[in-house]
Design a protein around this ligand. Structure first.
Ligand SMILES: [Fe+2]
Ligand SMILES: [Fe+2]
Length: 230
């Protein structure tokens, strides 16, 4: 495929919604290794067996979910790049590094606080349906089929279901567990600091998914242009 020219050499970057998300991602950059888990580690040791199991269960769903979205995002980045959407691709480069940091954060949390291996035992049939089947299928489809319909399926599965419904429910579980444990004097400052950073990153990811779906609907639905106000 030959290149016809360069956007930056003709009109420059467009101050679009994806470019704003890109600037936000740079502004709110954080390092999982700068989080101090020492209090969390002491707190974990004081939990009873049921509480330890529940906390490992939640962490196991997140760490594998973050691994899945890190591994599965690339086909979407490829499709967007091939369409020449420079600002969107610039944002997606931050999106991918966000997901890598989320893997790192939950991996650190598990290894430093709980020192536990083998967490796949927590992955239920429903969890496997999404993360072992539907997500890789929807994202992998883009490798051979870059159609708007395939992109919409990817955005619904990845951004709306996994990042929207599932992850948002997971943050609530973390905040609720921290609240209940806090009433017993158990503190989890490192965990909560990281979960807040992850949630802030994910709010940009979901916002991008909504933007992408709106753009795709405008392109493929007969009423789309009217809906999008164009
Ligand atoms: Fe993530
Ligand atoms: Fe995400």
């Amino acid at each position: 495929m030959l290149r016809e020219g360069f956007q930056t050499a003709r009109v420059g970057l467009k101050d679009s919604f994806p470019l704003q998300l890109y600037h936000k991602a740079k502004k709110y950059f954080w390092d999982p290794r700068s989080i101090d888990f020492s209090v969390d580690k002491e707190s974990f040791a004081t939990l009873d067996e049921g509480q330890k199991e529940a906390s490992l269960h939640l962490a196991s769903l997140f760490v594998a979910g973050e691994e899945a979205v890190t591994l599965d995002l690339l086909p979407l980045v490829q499709v967007i790049a091939r369409e020449g959407r420079l600002e969107e691709e610039m944002y997606l480069t931050t999106f991918l590094v966000d997901e890598a940091k989320h893997v790192e954060f939950f991996d650190l949390l598990i290894r430093e606080v709980a020192q536990e291996a083998d967490l796949e035992r927590f992955h239920s049939v429903n969890y496997k349906k999404i993360f072992y089947e539907e997500l890789p299928k929807a994202m992998g489809r883009l490798l051979d089929d870059p159609s708007p319909e395939a992109q919409a399926e990817a955005a619904v599965t990845y951004n709306m279901i996994v990042e929207g419904v599932l992850a948002e429910t997971g943050y609530y579980a973390y905040y609720r567990a921290a609240e209940l444990l806090g009433q017993q004097g158990v503190k989890l400052p490192g965990t909560l600091e990281g979960v807040r950073y992850v949630q802030r990153d994910e709010s940009r990811h979901i916002a991008y998914g909504i933007y992408l779906l709106s753009r795709l609907i405008a392109e493929i639905h007969p009423y789309g242009k009217w809906w999008s106000g164009e």
